[in-house]
Design a binder for this molecule. Structure first.
Ligand SMILES: [Zn+2]
Ligand SMILES: [Zn+2]
Length: 349
């Protein structure tokens, strides 16, 4: 038996390959993938052969934002065990399997586990193969049945929304506050939505692209600022907290200059590999809390609940493209003048 998968073989070398169908081992589930969201990290592997400090060393199935239907279980995992969804159930797949034993896991910070396995990531070698395939085997414990009224297509946003929810949590209590989000790509837009859901009174989004700022408004931004027009009318003089979601040092610079004294800046965007310049003395003289945010843990369940109640998230999905046209899907996803989140459709044709 064979299946199709979207495999990155090296920088610029994306292929739809025929692969052996995996079979679930003990404690594992076989899932028929329906949709997979193309993430910024997938685009980085495609365009640069790596993301942040993680470099591609062997072919890897991309993808970690996947939803589908449970097909079968391996030994030791079945639908009777503590709420494990029955075959045929629509599920979202939590992409992380933390080790559960390291100091971070023990301290309840499983998202920074030093020995985690994350779908479609080159952080470790051999790489963890991803979920952009017609079928995927994952630990049964990573399956999450969808809440009532959540369409499978919208559920594909659960992973990036979890990232956003975690970043907002790292910013502290944002209720009633003014939050700045630099970068209005898919993640930035979801941070906007997450900040509003967490009770922020006002969210300002910045980006270079007018189209991206339109998506930020669809996500709930109260005001938007063109990053290349610093004197524009919507630009705040000061904000209570800032989330940097552009992954460029200029965004971090903006966050540090606009956050109030004693405020929090969360670096969420992955900056270019190596060192980045930033106005460090502001961190000192204004006692700014500069924090990182990386992936997420239990926020995945919160994300599914939030998506179930908020149809406006559908506006962030720009297109759904068949697996056979993966390269054009990636091209569209990389063109932020045209798109926000792009989904691959794995339905057999
Ligand atoms: Zn992602
Ligand atoms: Zn761990």
């Amino acid at each position: 038996m064979s299946m199709l998968g979207c495999v990155i073989h090296g920088r610029g070398d994306l292929r739809v390959d025929e692969l052996p169908t995996p079979s679930p081992g003990p404690g594992e589930a076989l899932v028929a993938v329906r949709y997979g969201g193309v993430c910024g990290s997938d685009l980085h592997y495609w365009r640069h052969g790596g993301v942040g400090d993680f470099t591609l060393r062997e072919p890897m199935i991309l993808g970690h934002e996947i939803v589908g239907t449970v097909l079968a279980y391996g030994a030791g995992a079945d639908a009777d065990a503590d709420g494990t969804p029955a075959p045929g159930t629509e599920v979202a797949v939590h992409p992380a399997t933390p080790c559960g034993a390291c100091p971070e896991c023990t301290a309840g910070r499983r998202n920074v586990c030093r020995d985690t396995r994350y779908l479609g990531s080159a952080a470790r070698t051999p790489h963890v193969q991803g979920g952009f395939a017609t079928q995927v085997v994952v630990p049964a414990a990573q399956l999450r049945p969808l809440p009532p009224n959540l369409p499978l297509r919208r559920a594909a946003l659960a992973e990036p929304l979890s990232v956003a929810l975690h970043a907002v949590r790292r910013a502290g209590d944002v209720r009633g506050k003014h939050v700045l989000v630099t970068g209005a790509g898919p993640i930035g837009c979801l941070v906007v939505a997450a900040a509003k859901a967490a009770g922020a009174a006002h969210v300002t989004a910045t980006d270079l692209l007018p189209r991206a700022l339109e998506y930020a408004v669809a996500a709930g931004a109260d005001s938007t600022v063109r990053a290349d027009e610093p004197s524009s009318s919507g630009r705040p003089s000061e904000v209570d907290a800032a989330v940097e979601a552009s992954g460029v040092a200029a965004g971090l610079d903006t966050c540090l200059r606009l956050v109030r004294r004693g405020g929090v800046v969360v670096q969420l965007g992955m900056l270019p590999p190596g060192q980045s310049a930033f106005p460090g003395n502001l961190v000192v003289s204004r006692e700014i809390d500069l924090r990182g945010a990386f992936r997420f843990d239990e926020e995945f369940d919160d994300a599914l609940q939030l998506l179930a109640t908020a149809p406006h998230f559908d506006q962030l999905i720009s297109a759904t493209i068949p697996l056979a046209e993966a390269e054009s899907a990636f091209t569209l996803a990389a063109d932020r003048t045209k798109s926000c989140k792009i989904l691959l459709d794995f339905t057999p044709h």
